[in-house]
Write a protein that binds this ligand. Structure first.
Ligand code: SF4
Length: 660
């Protein structure tokens, strides 16, 4: 894969250090233009049955009022495609001009009809002309070319209709639903995802049809980021037009986890100027999606004015595959250790043992014992407010050097130095010392500590183009062949809980997907008017966001992962209620991935790499999967969660939940 990075000129973005949006061709979708010089467009998808005209229209209006600028509606067959006419007419009658997009899987006839009614059609190249049988087929070049001819015949009518009617198209690849043909030739890879879209794109370009937007979605943020980058590089190298990109993470889930996962994937690409329209998919009502997309996008409105970041001459990071930066093991950082969480409690004076539950450590006074949940932090930073009681074994304390230097116990506490203190210090901890540096100080610092085996960097930046500024510092470390572990420190004063989640996920997650970073540290900012409880709530948020970011970037699994679809008009059960029910019974199964999918048509493909699947297969009926294999069909929904647990148990992956 290294060979793909021929030079910085063929990289996937205009600049790795200076914010600039990738130049794309404008694609008109009704009154909205995606790409070109136009602002990034927010879009979302309805969940009501498409045959329910009134329900669909009312949901569309709620979505529009929450900031949605483009609305996608599923059209699984001709009758739903036909009903788009009624939905559109009613919306226009009520004064809403928002363009509509028909979402198509498996049904070219529905696509061809919808393309005459709505402003845009989304096709999935994995299933437009192919039925998935999970077969590995050995193609010769000739038989592969024959397959491409078959696709052309199937797809050409839609291209012609779109061209004649001024209808735009999204070629929307999903990692989970690549065709058997692509899987056989390229495997389940970002390259396979890109080629899947290019097969269809070539047909469009041959017909001189260019009103196209492309997406490369996955529920795996690393794969998703790599696939979009590779797509841009392949478009550039292949002489294709610079088509606008639709960004999204599929099956991101709900609540905090869904927001963090979306931001890791979408935010990482936005940082490099990629993306012309964004859909955040949450397992929540669709009107909750647009505000999250808007919050992600709005971060870039004034981004171009950031302080300069030194340019990169040779990029030592492989942007199309995950390679962890090689770092030395220092105490429990670096080496083969998972990234660590340092939770900042420094603004709480004389914190009590019971208040440590905010960082996932629970003191049980009756037993005089400590327990830890799945998100018990590894270190707390107490700054100049030392912890007045003995800590549990699983957690260590970091103090400001001035405090540590005077402390009676210098063995079980660790010092945090600023650069001037570190340069002058004559005493260090024998095992681990933390040195806080700015991105702009890193180059001068490396020679001084290159040979130290007792120091970990805490790296931060004041640059508003944070992720690229921090990434630039990592490039300096890579160039200097430094193996010192690095904890990334970020700070979001005055931000709401939602913004803190999205920003930390982008700034730290964007580094982690590229294998950079050995820990996360979200700085605690205390406003004068905040009560002690509010500060403790903020600590709890930072702690859980830190673990959430590590999990979403697939670098440390501390919780059960739910790959739940956002639901749509095909959904056969209440996804939010069902996800909550499954979560309640299984959220102690650390690292296990459970797919919860609303329909059997797309669900099994979209579950990607889930270990177990819960898929709607009929009214009140659920089909249960182990990986991609069906284990039980048509289980009545009232018994399905018990049966799912039974499958997990038989597989040896079940553990009884603990009560704290
Ligand atoms: S998996 Fe979910 S979102 Fe996808 S088509 Fe089925 S019900 Fe709709």
């Amino acid at each position: 894969m290294d060979s793909l990075i021929k030079s910085l000129d063929s990289l996937y973005c205009d600049s790795l250090t200076s914010y600039s949006r990738r130049k794309t061709i404008p694609v008109r979708v009704g009154d909205v233009i995606i790409g070109g010089e136009n602002p990034i467009v927010v879009q979302s998808m309805t969940t009501v049955d498409t045959m329910d005209t009134k329900g669909s229209v009312e949901q569309c209006i709620r979505m529009i009022e929450s900031g949605c600028e483009l609305i996608r509606i599923t059209a699984p067959s001709l009758k739903e495609a036909e009903n788009l006419r009624n939905i559109k007419a009613e919306l226009r009658k009520r004064g809403y001009q928002t363009p509509l997009v028909a979402d198509i899987h498996f049904t070219p006839n529905a696509a061809e009809l919808a393309a005459k009614i709505v402003e845009k059609v989304r096709i999935n190249p994995g299933n437009y002309a192919d039925k998935k049988k999970f077969e590995v087929i050995d193609y010769t070049d000739a038989s592969y070319a024959e397959e491409l001819e078959r696709i052309r015949d199937r797809f050409l009518p839609l291209v012609k209709i779109c061209k004649e009617n001024g209808t735009a198209m999204r070629i929307g690849t999903n990692h989970g639903s690549l065709s058997d043909r692509i899987m056989s030739r390229y495997g389940d890879t970002p390259l396979g995802m890109v080629e899947s879209a290019l097969e269809f794109l070539r047909i469009c370009e041959d017909e001189k049809f260019f009103d196209i937007v492309i997406s490369m979605k996955s529920s795996n943020t690393q794969v998703m980021v790599q696939a979009y980058r590779l797509l841009v590089q392949k478009l550039n190298e292949g002489g294709f037009k610079p088509y606008p990109l639709h960004l999204g993470v599929t099956e991101a889930g709900e609540a905090e986890d869904g927001r963090i996962k979306s931001a890791v994937g979408i935010g990482t690409l936005l940082e490099d100027g990629l993306g012309d329209t964004v859909r955040v998919s949450l397992t929540e009502d669709p009107e909750f999606e647009a505000p999250v997309a808007r919050a992600l996008i709005d971060r870039y409105t004034h981004r171009a004015a950031h302080a300069p970041i030194r340019e990169i001459a040779n990029y030592p990071i492989t942007p199309f595959e995950h390679n962890k930066r090689h770092v030395a093991e220092i105490y429990n950082f670096g080496g083969h250790n998972v990234p660590r969480v340092i939770t900042d409690i420094s603004k709480v004076e004389k914190i009590s043992d019971r208040e440590m539950k905010a960082v996932g450590h629970f003191y049980l006074p009756e037993l005089d014992k400590w327990k830890m949940n799945d998100i018990g932090c590894d270190f707390v930073y107490s700054g100049s407010n030392p912890i007045p009681f003995m800590l549990p074994n699983g957690m260590k304390e970091i103090q400001d050097f001035a405090i540590w230097n005077q402390a009676p116990d210098q063995v079980n506490k660790f010092p945090l130095f600023h650069l001037d203190e570190y340069k002058k210090a004559s005493r260090f901890h024998s095992e681990i010392n933390f040195l806080e540096v700015l991105d702009t100080e890193i180059e001068e610092t490396i020679p001084a500590i290159q040979d130290r085996t007792d120091t970990v960097f805490i790296l931060k930046t004041n640059n508003t183009h944070s992720m690229p500024a921090l990434r630039r510092a990592f490039v300096s470390l890579l160039e200097a062949k430094s193996t010192i572990p690095v904890v990334v420190k970020v700070s979001y004063p005055d931000q709401t809980a939602d913004m803190t989640m999205l920003y930390a996920a982008t700034d730290v997650g964007g580094l982690l997907v590229d294998g950079l970073g050995d820990g996360i540290f979200i700085s605690l900012e205390k406003e004068a008017e905040h009560s002690r409880q509010e500060v403790l709530d903020q600590i709890k948020l930072h702690n859980s966001v830190s673990f959430g970011v590590l999990q979403a970037a697939r670098t440390r699994m501390s919780k059960t992962e739910y790959i739940s679809c956002p639901s749509c008009g095909r959904t056969l059960f209440d996804l939010q209620e069902t996800t909550a029910m499954i979560r309640k019974r299984t959220d102690h199964l650390k690292g296990v991935k459970i797919g919860i999918m609303g329909c059997i048509v797309n669900g099994p493909g979209e579950m990607a790499d889930a270990d177990y699947g819960y898929v709607g297969s009929g009214k009140g009926k659920i089909t249960l999967y182990k990986g991609k294999e069906v284990v039980k069909r048509s289980v009545p929904s009232e018994k399905a969660v018990d049966e799912l647990i039974e499958i997990i148990r038989e597989d040896g992956m079940w553990i009884e939940p603990e009560t704290i």
